[in-house]
Design a protein. Structure first.
Length: 179
């Protein structure tokens, strides 16, 4: 297999972006064996922990469902912040902000009203007494995502290249609050 100048340039660019992300703090910094979760406001913080294996795959240990969902939110906030942001843009019909070719999808998403439907579902869940545990789980997960996102000094090249910021996620309102 032969490589040409374009392949070498693309490889160098990818290496440069990765190095920039690492140096700026966009890549989560955590000890591969244990993630410090102090300040998250867990029910049983002494026994709750996230342990990552040699490949960075998390395992969560917690004594309550609330702590488990908060720690899951931490892991997702550390590893998949851009994916959450992109899914939020898609649901709101705003992906054309990143890629103008997606305007047709954005119109479709707004016509269907994915964001409105999600808000209506959340309000119905909030109003159902039998769903109190589910509401607490979602709120704990969102708290974990926001906590992890707030600890990152930078959010990566995708946010930089698109000129977008990540948002504090909330389950109570449709409009995001810019971080």
């Amino acid at each position: 297999m032969a490589f040409d100048a374009a392949d070498l340039l693309a490889g160098a660019a990818a290496a440069g972006v990765t190095a920039l992300n690492f140096m700026s703090g966009a890549i989560p910094q955590y000890d591969q064996r244990h993630v410090d979760i102090g300040g998250l406001g867990l029910d049983h913080s002494a026994s709750a922990k996230i342990v990552r294996d040699g490949c960075g795959v998390p395992t969560i240990f917690a004594d309550s469902a609330n702590d488990t969902f908060a720690l899951h939110g931490v892991c997702i906030g550390q590893d998949r912040l851009w994916q959450i942001h992109q899914a939020r843009l898609a649901a709101g019909g705003n992906l054309a902000q990143i890629k103008p070719e997606l305007l047709t999808f954005c119109i479709f998403a707004r016509q269907i009203g994915f964001a409105r439907l999600g808000q209506e579902d959340w309000e119905a869940l909030m109003g159902d007494e039998e769903s109190a545990d589910a509401v607490q789980m979602v709120e704990a997960f969102v708290r974990g995502v926001n906590w992890a996102a707030s600890l990152r000094p930078a959010h990566g090249e995708m946010f930089t290249l698109t000129g977008k910021h990540t948002y504090m996620h909330t389950v109570h309102e449709n409009k995001p609050t810019c971080m």
